[in-house]
Design a protein around this ligand. Sequence first.
Ligand SMILES: Cc1cc2nc3c(=O)[nH]c(=O)nc-3n(C[C@H](O)[C@H](O)[C@H](O)COP(=O)(O)OP(=O)(O)OC[C@H]3O[C@@H](n4cnc5c(N)ncnc54)[C@H](O)[C@@H]3O)c2cc1C
Length: 383
Amino acid sequence: MNFTFSEEQAMLREMARKFADKEMRPRLEELERAGEPAPELVSKMADLGLLAAHLPKEYGGGGLDFVSAAIIWEELSKASWTMTLGSLGHAVLSGTILARAASTEQKEKYLPPLCRGELLFATATVEPDAGSDATAISASAVLEDGRWRLNGTKNFVTGGGTADHILVLAQTDRKLRAKGMVLLLVDRDTPGISIEKVRLVGGRTSDIVNLAFSDCLIPEENTIGPVGRGLHAAFHGIDTARVFITAGALGMAQDCLDSALKYSRERIQFGKEIGNFQLIQETVARLFAEISSLRWQLYYAADLKDRGQAHGKELSAAKWLASELAVRAANEAIRIHGAYGCSDEYPLEHHYRDAVLSTILGGTSEMHKLMIGRELTGFNAMT
Ligand SMILES: Cc1cc2nc3c(=O)[nH]c(=O)nc-3n(C[C@H](O)[C@H](O)[C@H](O)COP(=O)(O)OP(=O)(O)OC[C@H]3O[C@@H](n4cnc5c(N)ncnc54)[C@H](O)[C@@H]3O)c2cc1C
C-alpha cells in the first residue's frame, strides 16, 4: 500500500490546478451570468493531456490509471465542476464506451479526434419515462435495407447541443428488454434531429439538451458493438463516469472548505476573526474529516477498478456520500460567508447550485444505496 502520489500524479495535479486557475476561474463569472458553456475548454484540456487521460494510448489517450484521472478532475472541479461537464459527456462517457465497445476500425476513426478534442461526442440513454430504470427505454431502432430508422426522445444529454456525434441507446425489440438494445453513433447533421436546451438549477456553464429523433436514418456501420449489448456498453461508460463525478464532487467540497477557511481568517465579528469561534471550527473540522475520508475511499475504488477487480459497492459508497457532501459543504461554506456567500461576486454560490446535480447523474443516491444493499445482502430491492 502506498499513500503517496507518484511524481507523475503530483505533476498532473499541478498542471490541472494551473489550468483551472488560468483557463477556468477567470471566465467563470462571465460564463455563469451568461449561462454559456465553454466547449473550447475541451481542446485546451486535450493540448495538455488532461482530456482523455484514462483512454488507451494507442488511440491518442493518456493511458493513465483512474486514480490519476480522479486527481485531475478534482483539481478542475475546484474551479467549476460544470465547466468540465462537457468533457465528461465527451471523453469520459462517450470515449469509454467507444474504447470498450467499438470495432477496431471505428476506434481508429473516432478515438484519435475525440482525444484531441477535434470531434465532440455525447451519450444519450435517459428518456422521459426511463431514468434510473434504463431497461424501460422506448427509443426504437428498426433495421431497413442497411440503415437503422431511429425514433424517440432522449433527455438531459450532456454536451448534446455541441456534439458532432451522439451515441444513442435504442431498443430493437421491446420484448427483449435489455437484451434488445443497441448503441448507434448518430451524426449531428442527420435529418430528423431536433434539439431543445435544458435549463437546470445549476450547470449554467454546461451544455445539456433534450434530443428528439424523428425517422432518422443511421447507416448500419454506425452500430457500436453487437445488437443486444448496447446497455452493457453504456453501463461501462457510466461506471467510469462515476469515478470522475465523485472526484468532481470532492473538488467542489474542497473548494468550499478552502474558501470558508480563508474567509474565517479575514472576517471580523465581535472583535475577532470568526475562525476563533468554536462553532466555525466544528464546521470546518467536520468538512475536513469527511472530505479526506471520502477522497481515500474514491482512490481505493479507483484502484480496484484499475486492477480490474470488483469495485461496485466501494465506488457507489464514494459517489453517494461525496455528492451529498458537496451539497452540504457548499451550504456550510455559504453560511460561513454570511450574506456575501449568497452573492455571485463570491465564487461559491455556483458550487451550491452545481453540487446538487452531482447527486443525480451517474445514478441517484437511492440507486447507489440500493446497489450497495444488493451486493451486501444478495437481495435486489430495486424492482
Ligand atoms: C447534470 C446532469 C447531466 C446528465 N447527463 C446525462 C447524459 O449525458 N446522458 C444521459 O443519458 N442522461 C444524463 N443525465 C440524466 C441522468 O442520468 C438521470 O437524471 C438519472 O439517471 C436519474 O433519472 P431520472 O432523472 O429520470 O430520475 P428517476 O429515475 O425518475 O428517479 C426519480 C427519483 O426516484 C428515485 N427512484 C427511482 N427508482 C427507485 C427505486 N427503485 N427505489 C428507490 N428510489 C427510486 C430516484 O432515486 C429519484 O430520487 C444527466 C442528468 C443530470 C442532472
